[in-house]
Design a binder for this molecule. Structure first.
Ligand code: 13P
Length: 252
């Protein structure tokens, strides 16, 4: 089975409205040349709607960086999955390590957010990944397994097929220290085995597993060439047109 590569830009808490629109316009023109690759950008939530409007008519989809798990109500500052679909989001990043580590999000919270996203028809990009000290202690697979089990608890096989998993080793995020293609492939293969053990081969073959952590236009091709790497979740290098297009180019 062939999985479509998904290259997604996580803009994190960067850019102004005008810079977001300029980036979207620049990508829109150049991304047309990659029909075989799925492309998404995840701006800050306040820019999701204008960026989605700017990208209308292009193949680039828009995602949010977070979602709340309740449908509506007295949850000051939060945004529901329905609100995100309503303003044009297709994807939502759930459980990014910056949320897990800075804001203390647990896999239980990631799990209810994943369910909420799926119920609203959003595609969750669920992030997992170990800290440097966990890698050095040889516990990478254990940590990722715990995050995988917790984050996808109660998710049906049909829904699991729609999910995207992003393996983002925390030590590689924003550090310029990219995982080697072999290191990435090893963990990606282990994650696919976890999916297979829980959901069977069919689902495991369908689920896309992205790599994230210091991906740029120089290292993307080699990482994306690995059989279990189905895309990239890109931070810093997604904030400018040419490096991001270079990464997409590395996928073909
Ligand atoms: P960098 O590409 O800036 O390392 O960020 C990776 C990331 O966290 C994407 O979600």
């Amino acid at each position: 089975m062939t999985r479509r590569i998904l290259i997604a830009g996580n803009w994190k808490m960067n850019l102004t409205l005008s810079a977001s629109l300029e980036l979207a316009e620049g990508l829109k023109q150049k991304a047309a040349g990659f029909p075989a690759v799925d492309i998404a950008v995840c701006p800050p939530s306040v820019y999701v709607q204008p960026v989605a409007a700017a990208l209308q008519g292009s193949a680039i989809k828009v995602g949010a960086q977070n979602v709340y798990f309740e449908k509506n109500g007295a949850f000051t500052g939060e945004i529901s999955a329905e609100m995100l679909t309503d303003i044009g989001a297709t994807y939502v990043i759930v459980g990014h390590s910056e949320r897990r580590n800075i804001l203390g999000e647990s896999s239980e919270l990631v799990n209810v957010k994943t369910h909420a996203a799926l119920s609203a028809g959003l595609i969750p990009i669920v992030c997992v990944g170990e800290l440097l000290k966990e890698r050095e202690a040889g516990t990478t697979e254990q940590v990722v397994r715990r995050q995988f089990d917790g984050s996808f608890s109660g998710v049906s096989a049909g829904d699991m097929k729609k999910c995207v998993i992003a393996y983002e080793p925390v030590w590689a995020i924003g550090t310029g220290k990219v995982a080697s293609p072999e290191q990435a492939e090893e963990v990606h293969a282990a994650i696919r085995k976890m999916v297979e053990a829980k959901y069977g081969k069919d689902v495991a073959e369908a689920v896309r597993i992205q790599y994230g952590g210091s991906v740029n236009d120089k290292n993307a091709r080699e990482i994306l060439a690995k059989p279990n790497v189905d895309g990239a979740l890109v931070g810093g290098a997604s904030l400018k047109v040419d490096p991001f297009i270079g990464i997409i180019n590395g996928a073909v």
